[in-house]
Design a protein around this ligand. Structure first.
Ligand SMILES: [Zn+2]
Length: 752
């Protein structure tokens, strides 16, 4: 029997690795040790919060993201890539917002300090707090890495016994041999004063000398001028009030010996932590006190301070502004507070300081905030707004307008909490409805003529698809489709400058998530059914008084027409179901119409060139197969002159090849619509068979197959297996789907 290691030995192993990590992390340093470390990479160790945050973005890097409305930079930190368990908290979409935030932070870096508050504004539920939370998580992880190591310092006071031991008989000479008290074990330390403001250890060097020191390090490292590389904070920052008092008291007691004072400095690595409110702090709207101070009471540890220190009154700064030092501070729902509660921010952001009773505290954090549009609208009307405006970076954070992105919200955040089987298309219905409710009718006057014409009759549903996949409506001429595809970005950005921009009004992901949870309780279905989602959406739409998006007048093209949205989604659902049932039916193999279409294109191509085609079996040259071409044309429902249609097809291929140099010409890629029409036509011929299959699925799943013979059962089982493996249906949602298709699409074919 293998021996299991005892718990004691396991603890021993854990202890060792903890100790190793601790020592490797170089958590505690004497001032001189820190200075050596600093000199090794002055630029890195001199970072203020904005440089640090910018470097954190850079550390995780970025990815270029192609969307139908343009190519954007996605900052990887928003994917929380360092820990798969955090994946559910990642940000979905919002690349433009990421780009704007990075631009603002880079500006702070250039300007030497974070001199504006980044205010994310948008409708409720547009991921504003998720964005800041990702940045905070990024900082947390970055601070655990070597490249992200952060340092603060404490004041330590050895016990008198220790002092006697080290200072010994010849106080003056012996004392100076003890380089530092930083590494003394706890039992030899009487008191430790934390510097809650997290002063940079270099603040212990007076400003003038510090500049010279940095200048020298800069020369050693051949970096550019100090002001280009060093932020305001490190160049001009001063010790906080408490540290300054301790510093002066010690200096006095050592008769001006700076070296002796520095022995009391214990530099310590620290880590950003939301949980412990270190460098990552969120202030809710109900809290009004963001910083304050308190007098340190004479507790036991203070009583053991040197006599020179006991005579002075120490004030300790406290509050969220102080806790956020070194990182990011978030004012959640900033404008929900009365103006008086955040008025001080105007000056604070401008000066980088907050004034408390006995002291001014220098702030070193990037301030962010969130606000919903209604509060921002009201704030814009306020007389104080104009002066605030210059101290804020306003970044618009709209709802998502691609249903592909929106669907990922529900797939990521809702589905893990659903205990039922989730039927195919359930989240698609939810996402498409949410995005449809946000669509605005384009203002065609804003565009050049060709685009304006292509946009003239664009419906809300067509806009939905245009944003999601870049696909232009098939009803348009090929040239107009091309113009529209090239114009997606212009259309996407059309309303950016409008007060009511696209993505401001519409169903919020929170409301639609509730819809999904309610739909998952529906008693009519065993699964989370797309039909239940549509039912719940219908319920939601009755609450007109509660939602601005239900109060808008419907416009031509179906904009804001929620009833039409539901009807359209339902008919799209039937269409998708039908396609999946076709594909699973085994009546025609997928490859069959694919092949047929390729063969058709090949023969037409030879036919237009008046050539002959080589039979791959016999090697003989033959005329193109006229009968086959006619059959395909019948299926494609080609009207008018077939010869003309063939020539159009071939010139279409030529045009496609010019637009897609180097790509293989395949019929199904060049003419996806033809292929779908071909498939529909082939299945159109088999509608009666499909209808019977749909009915038998219902009979087998719901009635135990009453009346079906063994062969029939087996073949229906096979269809169900295909639906499961190819499209993730279970028997229940297959039956829901089949039963609805029988009612809505095949009622003419089913004899009851
Ligand atoms: Zn199911």
């Amino acid at each position: 029997m293998p021996e299991t290691p005892s718990v004691t030995s396991e603890i021993g192993a854990i202890a060792e690795s903890v100790e190793r990590r601790f020592l490797n992390g170089r958590r505690v340093l004497a001032f001189s040790e820190y200075l050596d470390l600093f000199a090794g990479d002055p630029v890195r160790f001199a970072r203020d919060a904005s440089v640090y945050l910018r470097d954190c973005f850079d550390h995780y890097g970025s990815t270029s993201k192609e969307e139908p409305w343009g190519t954007f930079t996605r900052w990887n930190l928003f994917d929380l890539p360092w820990d798969p368990r955090q994946a559910p908290h990642a940000l979905i979409g919002q690349e433009q917002v990421q780009e704007e935030i990075y631009r603002s932070i880079s500006n702070f870096v250039r300007e030497g300090r974070p001199n504006r508050l980044i205010l994310l504004h948008g409708p409720n539920g547009s991921a504003k707090s998720t964005i800041v939370a990702c940045m905070m998580r990024g900082l947390e992880h970055y601070s655990t890495l070597d490249g992200g190591a952060l340092y603060r310092f404490n004041w330590v006071f050895p016990s008198s016994k220790t002092l006697r031991g080290s200072l010994g008989f010849n106080q003056k000479e012996q004392g100076s041999q003890v380089g530092t008290y930083a590494h003394l074990p706890d039992d030899q330390i009487d008191a430790k004063l934390l510097v809650e403001v997290r002063d940079h250890p270099l603040f212990l060097v007076p400003v003038d000398e510090r500049r010279k020191l940095l200048e020298r390090m800069r020369k050693d490292k051949e970096v550019a001028s100090p002001s280009e590389y060093f932020c305001d904070w490190i160049l001009r920052g001063e010790l906080s009030h408490k540290s300054q008092q301790v510093f002066e008291a010690l200096l006095a007691s050592y008769n001006g010996s700076y070296t002796e004072v520095l022995k009391h400095v214990q530099v310590e690595r620290y880590f950003i932590s939301q949980r412990y409110r270190v460098g990552a702090v969120t202030i809710g709207p109900q809290m009004t006190v963001d910083a304050g101070e308190r007098q340190i009471t004479m507790d036991r540890s203070l009583a053991s301070l040197p006599a020179s220190l006991q005579a002075i009154t120490l004030y300790e700064a406290k509050g969220e502004l102080v806790d956020a030092a070194g990182g990011v501070l978030e004012f959640s729902d900033l404008l929900k507070r009365p103006l008086d509660a955040f008025k001080y921010l105007q000056l604070t952001v401008e000066t980088g300081e907050v004034s408390l009773g006995a002291q001014n505290v220098q702030l070193n954090c990037v301030m962010t905030g969130s606000a919903n549009e209604l509060h921002l609208d009201a704030f814009r009307e306020h007389p104080e707004f104009a002066s605030f405006r210059g101290r804020m970076e306003l970044i618009r954070t709209p709802y998502l307008r691609s249903f592909v992105h929106e669907q990922r919200i529900y797939d990521t955040h809702v589905l893990p909490h659903i205990r039922r089987h989730v039927a195919p298309h359930a989240t698609t219905m939810a996402a498409q409805f949410a995005v449809l409710s946000r669509m605005r009718k384009p203002n065609t006057e804003k565009y050049p003529r060709a685009l304006s014409t292509a946009l003239a009759e664009l419906t809300a549903v067509e806009k939905l698809d245009l944003y999601a996949t870049g696909a232009a409506p098939e009803r348009l001429e090929p040239e107009a489709q091309k113009v529209l595809r090239a114009g997606v970005r212009a259309v996407f950005e059309e309303s950016d400058s409008y007060p009511i921009y696209e993505g401001r009004i519409g169903a919020s992901p929170r409301e639609i998530s509730v819809v999904m949870f309610d739909a998952a309780q529906a008693t009519a279905y065993a699964c989370l059914s797309p039909l239940a989602v549509l039912d719940e959406i219908e319920q939601l739409c009755t609450r007109k008084g509660e939602f601005e998006w239900l109060q808008q007048d419907a416009q031509v093209g179906g904009y804001h027409d929620v009833k039409l949205f539901r009807e359209t989604l339902f008919s799209r659902l039937l269409g998708m179901w039908e396609q999946e049932l076709y594909a699973s039916s085994g009546l025609v193999a997928d490859a069959q119409y694919d092949e047929l279409f390729e063969k058709y294109v090949q023969h037409v191509s030879v036919w237009t060139k008046k050539e002959r085609i080589r039979n791959s079996h016999t090697g003989d040259y033959q005329e193109p197969d006229e009968a086959m071409m006619r059959e395909v044309e019948r299926l494609l429902d080609v009207k008018g002159d077939a010869h003309e249609a063939r020539k159009t097809l071939i010139s279409g291929i030529a045009a496609w090849a010019i637009d897609h140099p180097g790509q293989k010409v395949e019929g199904r890629i060049v003419f996806p619509n033809f292929l779908r029409r071909l498939r529909d036509a082939i299945f159109g011929d088999k509608r009666a068979d499909i209808a019977k299959q749909a009915r038998d699925i219902v009979v087998l799943v719901r009635d135990g197959g009453a009346g079906l013979d063994t062969n029939r059962r087996a073949s229906v089982r096979e269809v169900l297996a295909q639906l499961a493996s190819r499209f993730a249906y279970c028997d229940n949602c297959s039956a829901d789907m089949a039963s609805m298709l029988v009612r809505k699409r095949y009622s003419d074919l089913i004899v009851h």
